[in-house]
Design a protein around this ligand. Structure first.
Ligand SMILES: *Cc1c(COP(=O)(O)O)cnc(C)c1O
Length: 387
């Protein structure tokens, strides 16, 4: 196979990013310094959230979010099967039972209709989930208001795994504002909209939840005299009040994130322009293009298409890879992973997500993808579809 020349996703780093990182390397703080709080403030302000807690990656943010919301053994966490593993694993980390709600056949996001049916049944059987982890697949927000309404009715808390969706809006409101989710999580892995190398963040409007997130991020340690359980013993005194972790983001990462946040609107504009261009170039190709809900504005982390024929997906995928185009498939339904099969899940459990997966292909999508590269991707895809 040829070397991948056009990947499915990649970071966009310029000299201002490099200078920002170099500057922090010359400063007194490589970690636990002022860049972290500044980054938290900038991201929170951008999406309209009150509080933010920056962490080592979005998986850690999801773990902390579950813990902060009280997920524990005996409780249930539901999520979408069409997601990255971490949206489900976070429930298992806390000893909860994980289950899935099938996706909408048009958006491939967790289906609000299915959720309504499943919640009604779970209520009758006294098996309601404690937390629902929604996913804004490919950058398109889920039906946040409708899902929030259902969850409120049944007392279910919401974590929005918006790893794909910083900058996306639902009904004109930015994902992460906290209007519809208790905690929202973004990822800053290099394939996502913007990057800190590794990194993630959890946003909330609840001061108590924010304090729990921040405490669990650093070993469960408390230094604030106002929140001590026992009399303080001196200026060195701290207390471990919960079993936390070291899930901190470094100042080096936060400095990169701050620099990247200055260009977020340009990143989003570039992605949206490329998506519109794919829409146009592939309009008569026979592939099903990503459908956009009229209330959603996607951040286009991914551009996932459905090929006409599942039986030819592998040949098309291999043909594109052989042409140096790094296509991907998002996602293998999580419940079909061997680990989840051992928990009792099987083929046929979530048929919409499974049918989606069988024909799925993600085309290259990132801010610095050129029109010429995109034309080449389209030309190669059309060639392979004709074979
Ligand atoms: C990337 C991703 C994650 C994990 O992000 P990390 O920062 O790599 O831990 C979680 N959920 C979804 C949907 C993702 O795409």
């Amino acid at each position: 196979m040829r070397e991948v020349v056009i990947p499915y996703a990649r970071q966009s780093i310029d000299e201002t990013d490099v200078a920002a990182v170099v500057e922090v390397l010359h400063s007194d703080w490589l970690t636990q310094g002022p860049a972290i709080e500044r980054f938290e403030r900038v991201v929170a302000d951008y999406v309209g959230a009150r509080y933010a807690c920056a962490v080592s990656n979005a998986t850690a943010a999801l773990h902390l979010a579950c813990l902060a919301l009280g997920v524990e053994p005996g409780k249930r966490v539901w999520t979408s099967p069409n997601t990255f593993l971490a949206s489900a694993n976070c429930g298992l980390y806390c000893g909860a039972q994980v289950d899935f709600v099938d996706v909408d056949p048009r958006t491939y996001n967790l289906s609000a209709e299915q959720l309504e049916v499943r919640l009604a049944r779970a209520a009758r059987e006294n098996r309601l989930p404690h937390v629902l982890v929604t996913v804004d697949f490919a950058g398109q927000p889920c039906e946040a208001d409708r899902i929030a309404e259902l969850c409120r009715r049944y007392g279910v808390l919401i974590i929005d795994d918006a790893s794909h969706a910083i900058g996306a809006t639902w009904k004109g409101e930015r994902v992460g504002s906290g209007r519809w989710a208790d905690i929202t999580v973004f990822s800053f892995h290099p394939v996502k909209i913007l990057t800190t190398g590794e990194g993630g963040i959890a946003l909330t409007n609840d001061a108590g939840l924010h304090r729990r997130l921040a405490t669990l991020r650093t070993h469960g340690m408390v230094r604030d005299a106002q929140h001590m359980e026992r009399p303080e013993e001196g200026a060195w005194y701290y207390e471990q009040q919960a079993l936390g972790f070291n899930y901190r983001m470094s100042d080096i990462q936060a400095a990169l994130g701050l620099s990247q946040m200055r260009r977020i609107d340009a990143f989003l504009a570039a992605r949206r322009r490329l998506a519109a261009r794919y829409d146009q170039l592939l309009a008569d190709s026979g592939v099903t293009l990503p459908w956009q809900h009229p209330d959603a504005q996607s951040s286009y982390h991914l551009y996932p298409v459905q090929l006409p024929d599942a039986a030819r997906r592998r040949a098309v995928f291999d043909g594109l890879r052989a042409a140096g185009i790094g296509v991907q498939v998002h996602y293998i339904p999580v419940h079909l992973q061997p680990y989840y099969r051992r928990l009792g899940f099987k083929e046929g459990d979530f048929p919409v997500a499974e049918a989606y997966y069988a024909r799925a292909l993600s085309l290259p999508m990132y801010a610095t993808l050129t029109d010429a590269q995109q034309d080449f991707v389209v030309e190669q895809l059309l060639r392979l579809l004709r074979l």
